[in-house]
Write a protein that binds this ligand. Structure first.
Ligand code: DQA
Length: 146
């Protein structure tokens, strides 16, 4: 049976394409979803792709991923830097998680240098734009298989 991975996206990422293109490029979230589905198909993974602007809903989805999926890719967006609830949910889900950011958060404001998510992530990818999602799926696929 194919493994399922959740790809979860946090606040304001629904605005990709027009939001701060100097940081996030012109790629839309729909483009990223397509890239994730194609990459998942190539690797024999079922991809559940979602975006929310609400922290509690993100927690619900991480819990759901823990129940039904074999791995998680998450761009928590601004919640990366604020959310103990998302940290706790990922820890409790007990599935491998990859934290991803389109921009290189370490080359930006200092408040973006701390992540509540990194300590509970298997690994972190940042700074490669939409390509990072493909890299994250490939890396997670390896982790799930081994
Ligand atoms: C982001 C980086 C975060 O600091 C920011 O709040 C975002 C997007 C990224 O993908 O580069 O909304 O997660």
């Amino acid at each position: 049976m194919a493994s399922t991975i959740f790809v979860l996206n946090g606040p304001n990422l629904n605005r990709l394409g027009s939001r701060e293109p100097e940081h996030y490029g012109r790629t839309t979230l729909a483009d990223i979803e397509r890239l994730c589905r194609e990459t998942g198909e190539d690797l024999g993974l079922d991809v559940e792709f979602r975006q929310t602007n609400f922290e509690g809903l993100m927690v619900d989805w991480i819990q759901e991923a823990g129940d039904v999926a074999q791995g998680l890719i998450i761009n928590p967006a601004a919640y990366t830097h604020t959310s103990v609830a998302i940290h706790d949910a990922i820890r409790a889900a007990e599935i491998p998680a990859v934290e991803i950011h389109l921009s290189n958060v370490f080359a930006r404001e200092s408040f973006r240098h701390h992540s509540f998510v990194s300590p509970v992530a298997h690994g972190v990818i940042c700074g490669f734009g939409a390509t990072g999602y493909r890299l994250a799926i490939e890396a997670l696929s390896d982790v799930i298989r081994t």
